[in-house]
Design a protein around this ligand. Structure first.
Ligand code: PAZ
Length: 339
C-alpha cells in the first residue's frame, strides 16, 4: 500500500532537486527501448551500477562518493543478456561497462593485449580466445539492440532516471525486473542549502545563501574557524516508492552492502520486511567477490559462495547467476578482468 509520508517525501524531493539536463533525451531513448522489447514480449531488467555522488557545491569541485567500481552491475548485466533479457544499464559515468569491463579499468592498458603486425593491429595469441568470446557476445547483443546504456553521476541524477525509467517499465508488470546494485547515497545536500561556489578553507570568504522566498537556512557546508562543517540531510527511502508506486508489479532485487558481518543478515531482513519486495542480496565489502547472501521470504537466508580454488583475481561478480555447471560461464569468469 502506498505510504502517504513517502509520497510527500518524493514530491518534496523532486520539487526541490532539479532534473538533469539530459533527462528528456534519456527518457526518449528508454521509451523506445521499452516499447520495442515490450512488443516482442521480452523480459526487461533495469540494472543499476556504480556509486552516486553527493555534490557539496552547486558549481561542484568537491563531493562525497559512494564505493562501487561497477563490477557487480556490469557482470550481472552480461549474464542477464546471456539469458535473453533486454537490459537498461543505468551506471555511474566512467564505471565499468558490460563487455568492455574485461579490458578496461585494469592495471594493464587494453593496448597490452595487442601488437602490430605488417602495419596492422592484431590481438596477441594468448588473448584471442577470450577476446573472441567477449566480442561475439557483444556483437550479438548489439545486433539485437538489447542493451541501452544510461549514466548518472549525482544522487539526484540517479533518482530522476530511476523514477522515470521505472514508470515507463510499469506496464510490463512482472516481465520488468529491477536489479539495484548501485551504491546509493543515504545523505545529501539539498539544493536550497547548497552554496554556489567552491568551499573556502577560511571563513573570511564563507558564502551565504540567497533564497528567493526570503527564508534563511544555514548553508549545509560552512567553515567555522578552520573547521569545515557538513550538515547532510537524509535521502528519502525511494525503494518504498519503487515497490508501492512506480513499478508495483515488477520484480525487485535490492543489494545491501555492509562492513560489519554481525549485522549483514539482520539489515537485509530489515530491508525485506520494510519494503516488501522480492529479494535482498547482502554482501560484505571485504568478501563481496566470492560470497553473497540471498534473503527472501520464499527461501529465507541462502549463502552462495565461489569455491576457494576459483577465487582468482579475475573473478568478477555474481556467482549465483553464473552457476558452476555452466561451462560458458566458467570460461567467462576466467576472462581477463579488472579490480
Ligand atoms: O560495484 P562493485 O562490484 O565494486 O560493488 C558492488 C556493491 C558492493 C556496490 C553491490 O554489490 C552492493 O552491495 N550494492 C548496494 C550498496 C548499498 O548497500 O547501498
Amino acid at each position: 500500500m502506498a505510504d502517504p509520508s513517502s509520497q510527500q517525501d518524493e514530491r518534496d524531493y523532486f520539487a526541490n532537486e532539479p532534473p538533469p539536463k539530459d533527462l528528456q533525451a534519456n527518457v526518449t531513448l528508454a521509451r523506445e527501448f521499452i516499447d520495442r522489447h515490450g512488443a516482442a514480449c521480452r523480459r526487461l531488467v533495469l540494472v543499476t551500477s556504480g556509486g552516486t555522488t553527493v555534490p557539496l557545491e552547486a558549481q561542484t569541485v568537491r563531493y562525497i562518493d559512494n564505493f562501487s567500481a561497477g563490477t557487480r552491475g556490469a557482470t550481472s548485466a552480461e549474464f542477464f543478456l546471456r539469458q535473453g533479457y533486454a537490459v537498461i544499464f543505468l551506471h555511474r559515468q566512467y564505471s565499468l561497462l558490460p563487455y568492455s569491463r574485461h579490458y578496461s579499468h585494469n592495471t594493464r592498458s587494453f593496448l597490452d593485449f595487442m601488437r602490430e603486425e605488417d602495419g596492422r593491429v592484431v590481438v596477441d595469441e594468448q588473448h584471442q580466445a577470450n577476446m573472441l568470446d567477449v566480442l561475439r557476445q557483444y556483437t550479438h547483443v548489439k545486433r539485437d539492440g538489447r542493451l541501452l546504456i544510461l549514466s548518472f553521476v549525482t544522487i539526484t541524477e540517479y533518482l530522476w532516471a530511476l523514477r522515470e525509467v521505472a514508470q515507463l517499465m510499469r506496464p510490463l508488470g512482472p516481465r520488468a525486473m529491477f536489479y539495484l546494485a548501485a551504491a546509493v547515497s543515504d545523505f545529501f545536500v539539498p539544493r536550497d542549502r547548497m552554496v554556489e561556489h567552491k568551499i573556502q578553507s577560511n571563513d573570511e570568504f564563507s558564502q551565504s545563501l540567497e533564497p528567493a522566498d526570503g527564508t534563511v537556512l544555514p548553508p549545509a557546508t560552512r567553515t567555522e574557524g578552520r573547521k569545515l562543517v557538513i550538515d547532510l540531510e537524509p535521502v528519502p527511502k525511494f525503494l518504498k516508492q519503487l515497490v508501492d508506486g512506480w513499478a508495483p508489479d515488477g520484480i525487485i532485487v535490492s543489494f545491501k552492502l555492509e562492513t560489519d558481518p554481525s549485522i549483514l543478515v539482520k539489515k537485509a531482513r530489515y530491508a525485506l520486511d520494510k519494503y516488501s519486495h522480492h529479494l535482498v542480496i547482502g554482501n560484505l565489502l571485504s568478501t563481496r567477490k566470492w560470497e553473497v547472501v540471498f534473503v527472501s521470504r520464499l527461501d529465507g537466508e541462502k549463502w552462495i559462495r565461489v569455491p576457494e580454488h576459483r577465487r582468482t583475481k579475475s573473478f568478477s561478480g555474481v556467482p549465483s547467476l553464473v552457476g558452476s555447471a555452466d561451462p560458458a560461464a566458467k570460461q567467462h569468469q576466467s576472462a581477463p578482468s579488472q579490480s
